[in-house]
Design a protein around this ligand. Structure first.
Ligand SMILES: Nc1ncnc2c1ncn2[C@@H]1O[C@H](COP(=O)(O)OP(=O)(O)OP(=O)(O)O)[C@@H](O)[C@H]1O
Length: 481
């Protein structure tokens, strides 16, 4: 049974104050709400919350401003930040200000009540809050506001102030190296080197020399002692890309270095102490490689302290247009002609399954910036580049496209309907989608109404009535051929 406490909810959206307030009161908490920073200040003169839940964009300023001061005055307080500004920047700022949890909007109410229970169960010790540590926030590299990217941002924000090893997982082109660079350039090692090495790009026999360095005469062509990537990264971050391609012998040596914190060059005997943060990345299934005897399990555990899984672009299609516009804008800033996306082109980009992920989208936008004669990119221009018809069926028509279509439709209908007292938008929408669903399901079971009703999860009589209402003839819905 979680502890109950005093909660202050600060949000200028009255609906959020009511819903969150009610949910927390039902759990026995004492709740007060404020709609602005000014109201928050006034309330806190007489009310001492255990948990402060705050929005970021408030009518009189930034809800995060002043949080460090509040925490300094009341170190036992836990802060939960809610924000519709779902960027890496917000996640990092929330963490820096000492927030206990950051929940991007729209958030799940259960998740929020759980966070409150956790906050009450694990009061922060009365340490000095870190305050604003002055990280460089401008030009943050990662673009995307999908829930999957929110999770990535939250994890990045949590690993900036420590040196835990990170394993970044994801298909090629999903931004693994960008994540590694972001962790380095925003973290405490940012003034020291970031050194990357790609195991798949170096001949196997040279990997150890590249990583650990070599002595003069260690092998043919070794004319002078050469520092390896570990020594080059001294004090900073070493990014081990495509770690799944590392040969077994090199894995053994790497494990030894990680355990001892010392590197011995190839052909050398005097170990050198190294202090590097390790971020590894792979698009391979490492547990599978372990089963095949091609990857060391002990090394895997050593590297996989904090995993960060990057979603494929097709799993976060809501980010595609944002990314496409970002790349067009970047091309324009680099001096290429400025292009914009027509609505139909944007829709088409959302349908494509992006086997090359963000890299493929970036290349396409750069190509269009250079090659397209028109300033507006249309769907017709994209069709040659995106063979949608040849796309594997598994990737087509995901539920989120349907959601987008419904949202567009609803917005347009609401616009048209303004000023009309009587509309039946709910029925209008059902009249569009329901017959399609009934037709498709009936056709798939060769017109068998009992099986169709079973698949639809409705009563057979209900199905028959709907067919009559919509004027559909089940006999015409048998599979042809
Ligand atoms: N979220 C993102 N926002 C902006 N640019 C991105 C994002 N993700 C990837 N990119 C860009 O896409 C390209 C590919 O990213 P990156 O090289 O980090 O992918 P990767 O997963 O490391 O690929 P590989 O496994 O092939 O090495 C880069 O130019 C990168 O800047």
């Amino acid at each position: 049974m979680p502890a109950t406490g005093a909660i202050l909810v600060v949000d200028d959206d009255p609906a959020i104050c009511v819903v969150v307030g009610e949910a927390l009161r039902r759990q026995g908490h004492r709740v007060k709400t404020a709609a602005s920073i000014r109201e928050r200040g006034a309330l806190m003169e007489s009310f001492t919350p255990d948990v402060l839940i705050t929005d970021v964009m408030l009518p009189d300023g930034d809800g995060l401003d002043g949080v460090a001061d509040i925490l300094a005055a009341q170190p036992g307080l836990n802060v939960i930040v809610l924000s519709a500004q779902n960027t890496l920047n917000t996640a990092i700022r929330a963490t820096e200000k000492g927030a206990f949890e950051y929940l991007p909007k729209p958030f799940d109410l259960n998740e929020l009540t759980r966070a409150v229970a956790d906050a009450l169960g694990t009061r922060q010790s009365a340490e000095e809050p870190e305050g604003d540590v002055g990280l460089p926030h401008d030009g943050l590299p990662l673009v995307g506001r999908s829930p999957a990217m929110q999770e990535v941002y939250r994890t990045i924000a949590r690993v900036l102030s420590n040196d835990l090893s990170i394993l970044v997982l994801g298909e090629s082109g999903t931004g693994k190296e960008l994540v590694a660079e972001a962790i380095h350039s925003l973290g405490q090692r940012r003034t020291k080197p970031f050194v990357a090495i790609n195991m798949a790009a170096i001949p196997r026999e040279l990997i150890e020399a590249e990583l650990f360095g070599y002595e003069k005469g260690a092998f043919t062509g070794a004319h002078a002692r050469t520092a390896g990537k570990f020594e080059q990264a001294q004090g900073g971050t070493l990014f081990l890309d495509e770690i799944g391609d590392m040969p077994m012998e090199a894995q053994t040596r790497l494990l030894r270095v990680l355990q001892s914190g010392e590197v011995t060059t190839v052909g050398g005997s005097k170990p050198v102490r190294v202090n590097v943060r390790i971020i590894a990345a792979t698009n391979k299934d490492l547990p599978l490689l372990i089963d095949d005897g091609r990857f060391r399990q002990d090394l895997y555990y050593r590297l996989n302290v904090v995993p960060i899984a990057l979603p494929a672009l097709r799993e976060r299609r809501e980010d595609v247009i944002l990314l496409a516009r970002h790349f067009l804008e970047r091309a324009a800033q680099e001096g290429l002609p400025r292009k914009t996306l027509a609505d139909d082109a944007a829709q088409l980009l959302m349908v494509w399954h992006w086997p090359g992920n963000v890299r493929e989208l970036q290349n396409m936008m750069q190509r269009l910036s250079v090659l397209s004669r028109e300033n507006v990119i249309t769907a017709d221009m994209l069709r040659n580049m995106l063979p949608i018809d040849a796309m594997p069926a598994d990737y087509a028509a995901p539920a989120d496209q349907l959601a987008h279509a419904v949202r567009d439709w609803a917005r347009r209908q609401v616009g048209i309907g303004l000023g009309q007292p009587q509309r039946s938008l709910h029925d209008d929408l059902l009249a569009v989608v329901e017959p399609i669903l009934l037709q498709e399901v009936l056709a798939s079971v060769d017109g068998n109404q009992i099986r169709a009703a079973g698949l639809l999860g409705i009563n057979r009589n209900t199905l028959r009535k709907k067919l009559t209402d919509y004027g559909l003839d089940p006999l015409q819905m048998r599979v042809q051929d």
